[in-house]
Design a protein around this ligand. Structure first.
Ligand code: NDP
Length: 460
């Protein structure tokens, strides 16, 4: 049977565009449907605008720190509207590049929402047109999810909305303790917004190394964020002046804006997956194998719509592996081990590999190396911010299985370190690497003493 397309991709985000471009460049006839704007979460309402907001807030913080270096900037103010205008100009530019790249590769972009009618047919909206394809790639990403418990969540905004706010609120409450919550707590407080973070656990960033969690948690507080732990909002009411929140611990909070940063869900609800027979998990994530193939052999899924690692570069590599295998005669799978990642809180956290707790569970005997110090730059600014560096080593063969950094440029540093860790570097390899002085990162090659718990350290 002849199909309209060799490949049809649903979603023009990072994963979908990479797959579509490579397939089209290899000679396949490719169609792509995008319901909103090319670029997806990363470009339109995620990594890119978020990082610009981090930069904006860091400039605010450095105004104070500059004094230590003799700079005086009297009467500095932040014009949020001017910043948003520049930010959106850049988002428009990048989104345009995504659309152009698809076109230049020979793929046809439809500004429409696609929904399965049967396993090879998609209906596009609003046009109502149907298209058929031999292979279909689902790359629709995820959407913010709100808690099911508690009343009044319809008054909350999510990270999708924050990039569209022309003016900043005076007071914000952020609910959650994951990536988005801690990143926006840093951003908004740095931009001068009175910020409160409400988290249902004791320490933010569940899943990260315990030292990283504690360090980030303490830095949030030190930067002026009010952190309420072991609590969730049970009731949210609109008042004349904003919102009133009742928390599970009995506390009441008032704010102009409530931001829910309580996780993201795969965006599979309106895809008609049942019409194609594609299986999903309980949270809606599409089930895939190592080749990103669903239970229906000609339908594939990459990126946040699956439940692997929800990061842009991972979606790109999954999309690339799919295109290479299916259209370029190169059998490829993406290795999800040792993917470096960073949380752009302030200071940022960069991680590759296992936390101490996970390494102890997996290998039993591990050696830990830790440094906790004030960065050189702050000796003149008076800022009390501290840097954490931690190396987790598998004792049996001295291989570095985890590196954790919280401090300025942690994301930049960890990208380089990740190469060594991915290559299987040992602690001895780190030790024989000469330090680069003066830098923060030199600490990584100068830690000689194994860390001991305080009770053992004082006994020795
Ligand atoms: P996360 O999963 O990181 O965090 C969600 C947070 O919400 C957790 O702290 C969770 O608590 C809390 N939560 C969940 N449900 C409820 C509830 N019902 N009531 C109260 N709190 C709740 O999700 P994010 O939305 O922050 O980010 C989604 C994903 O996007 C990330 O996991 C990451 O993969 C990606 N991302 C990556 C970034 C980067 O690379 N820098 C930046 C932003 C996002 P608990 O810990 O108890 O489960």
């Amino acid at each position: 049977m002849a199909y309209d397309f060799d490949l049809f991709v649903i979603g023009a985000g990072s994963g979908g565009v990479r797959a579509a471009r490579l397939a089209a460049l290899s000679g396949a006839k490719v169609g792509v449907a995008e319901a909103y704007r090319p670029g997806g979460t990363c470009v339109i309402r995620g990594c890119v605008p978020k990082k610009y907001m981090v930069y904006a807030s860091e400039y605010g913080r450095s105004l104070e720190a500059m004094k230590g270096y003799g700079w005086r900037v009297e009467g500095a103010t932040h014009d949020h509207r001017a910043f948003m205008e520049n930010l959106h100009r850049e988002i428009d530019r990048l989104s345009g590049i995504y659309a152009r790249n698809l076109k230049n590769a020979g793929a046809k972009l439809f500004d429409e929402r696609a929904e399965f009618v049967d396993p090879h047919t998609l209906k596009l909206s609003p046009s109502g047109q149907t298209v058929t394809a031999e292979k279909i790639l689902i790359a629709v990403g995820g959407t913010p999810s709100l808690p099911e418990e508690g009343e009044g969540w319809e008054h909350a905004i999510t990270s999708d909305d924050i990039f569209l706010m022309e003016d900043l609120p005076e007071k914000v409450v952020i609910v959650g303790g994951g990536y988005i919550a801690v990143e926006f707590a840093g951003i908004l407080s740095g931009l001068g917004v009175e910020t409160c973070l409400v988290y249902r656990q004791k320490t933010v960033l569940r899943g990260f190394d315990d030292d990283v969690r504690t360090h980030v948690h303490e830095e949030l507080k030190r930067k002026g964020v009010k952190v309420v732990t072991n609590a969730v909002p049970t009731n949210i009411e609109k008042t004349d002046s904003g919102l009133k929140l009742t928390l599970s611990n009995g506390e009441h909070l008032e704010c102009a804006t409530l931001m829910a940063a309580t996780g993201r869900t795969p965006a599979t609800k309106q895809l008609g997956l049942d019409k194609a027979g594609v299986e999903t998990k309980a949270d809606g994530a599409v089930k895939v194998d190592e080749y990103s193939r669903t239970n229906v052999p000609h339908i594939f899924a990459v990126g946040d719509v699956t439940d692997r690692i929800a990061l842009t570069p991972v979606a790109i590599r999954e999309g690339q592996a799919f295109a290479q295998t299916e259209f370029m005669d190169m059998d490829t799978t993406f290795d999800h081990e040792l993917v470096p990642h960073a949380v752009f809180c302030q200071p940022p956290a960069g991680v590759v590999g296992l936390s101490e707790a996970d390494a102890r569970e997996k290998y039993r005997k591990v050696d830990i190396y830790k440094a906790n110090f004030r960065p050189m730059k702050d000796m003149l600014t008076g800022d009390e911010e501290r840097v954490l560096m931690k190396i987790v080593v598998r004792a049996e063969d001295n291989v570095v299985v985890g590196v954790h950094i919280v401090g300025p440029d942690a994301a930049e540093i960890i990208q380089g370190v990740a190469i060594a860790v991915k290559m299987g570097a040992t602690k001895a390899d780190f030790d024989r690497t000469c330090a680069l002085h003066p830098s923060l990162a030199e600490e990584l090659v100068t830690m000689r003493e194994k860390w001991k718990p305080p009770e053992l350290a004082s006994a020795s």
